[in-house]
Design a protein. Sequence first.
Length: 116
Amino acid sequence: QVQLVESGGGLVQPGGSLRLSCAASGGIFSRFTMGWYRQAPGKQRELVALVTSRGETDHANSVSGRFTISRDNGKNTVNLQMNSLKPEDTAVYYCNADSGMGTPYWGQGTQVTVSS
């Protein structure tokens, strides 16, 4: 059983930065594709960025050039550096771990609010 705990959310002004972290335990972290998703009120959950077990990354078009996902297999963490934040980035951000076999794991989510 994999446990994921997100941290780093909060309130930030437009143009500001936040760094989200997700700490994983209970599994072989290096084998998982790790992802960040977000869900805004009234909208479906969407993929923000992911990093594979080989370190390959992919970012949604809406965040490309502003957000950067990274992983540290030695610390079992995945991070999301968010720069140039916009009000439309406001959402609950969820960490995801997917082994490609069976049901993916989810964290409890962390709120990010971008507002002046």
